[in-house]
Design a protein around this ligand. Structure first.
Ligand SMILES: CC(=O)SCCNC(=O)CCNC(=O)[C@H](O)C(C)(C)COP(=O)(O)OP(=O)(O)OC[C@H]1O[C@@H](n2cnc3c(N)ncnc32)[C@H](O)[C@@H]1OP(=O)(O)O
Length: 205
């Protein structure tokens, strides 16, 4: 662990990530990188360069990808991992994490999220504000569980899937990789095919 943190992405998601890092009180200094060169400061935190500058900083900083898009976050995360970057886990102090929960590097757990016992969360995930991930879930890498989502017990969510805000997933279900579940959806059966699913119960669109 380094005493400085560099967050890639200074807009919406990156700011929430920075807020968690500040609340964790673990780093002496926090900075952003962002490809929008017009952003000098975000949340009062200095933007010190663009993604082109990333590898110049890798030895001196812990690095976290603060980008909400699953594909972009995965791409940058894998580059960082390959380069040997130190990538922390960020957990808001007001998240609740149960016993025997395993959380991969590069994952952010936002305020009010609850991850119950024996769940495994992959790397580069977002467990967003006020979502609940109940017991024995398996959330693969680069998944986004949006704000207010409820995953019942023993749910599996495949790599890169995005579970939309306020949706509900019944217990003992598998959602495959690269799915996009719409806002407010209810999933009552396995989803074995990648795609976009909306409604109550969900239908593919
Ligand atoms: C902190 C944060 O902000 S985290 C981010 C939180 N945001 C989210 O979770 C966003 C979730 N995204 C959605 O719900 C989106 O609407 C998606 C991804 C499901 C669909 O987006 P698109 O692929 O662009 O689909 P599009 O908008 O063209 O809609 C396709 C059809 O699905 C319907 N539809 C789209 N979303 C929903 C939804 N959530 N519930 C019900 N129907 C929906 C549309 O009305 C449309 O129906 P029609 O063909 O009969 O007219």
């Amino acid at each position: 662990m380094k005493n400085k943190l560099l967050i890639i992405g200074a807009s919406g998601h990156g700011k929430v990530v920075a807020d968690i890092a500040l609340q964790m009180n673990r780093w002496d200094r926090i900075f952003f990188l962002d490809d929008n060169e017009s952003i000098g400061l975000s949340m009062g935190i200095e933007v010190i360069g663009t993604s082109d500058d990333l590898f110049a900083h890798i030895d001196d900083y812990d690095v976290f990808v603060g980008i909400g898009n699953n594909i972009t976050r995965q791409k940058i995360y894998l580059m960082l991992e390959k380069a040997g970057a130190s990538i922390p886990v960020l957990i808001h102090p007001n998240a609740v994490i149960g016993n025997q929960v395993d959380i991969g590097n590069g994952t952010a757990v936002m305020a009010g999220a609850v991850i119950n016992c024996c769940s495994k969360i992959g790397k580069g995930c977002i467990i967003n504000t006020g979502s609940t991930v109940d017991h024995d879930n398996y959330i693969e890498d680069f998944v986004h569980i949006s704000p207010g989502v409820h995953l019942a017990g023993t749910v599996k969510v495949g790599k890169g899937s995005w579970i939309g805000i306020g949706s509900v997933i019944n217990n003992n279900l598998n959602i495959t990789s690269d799915c996009n579940i719409g806002a407010g959806a209810v999933v009552i059966k396995d989803i074995p095919e990648p795609g976009v699913y909306v409604g109550v119960p969900v239908r593919r669109v």
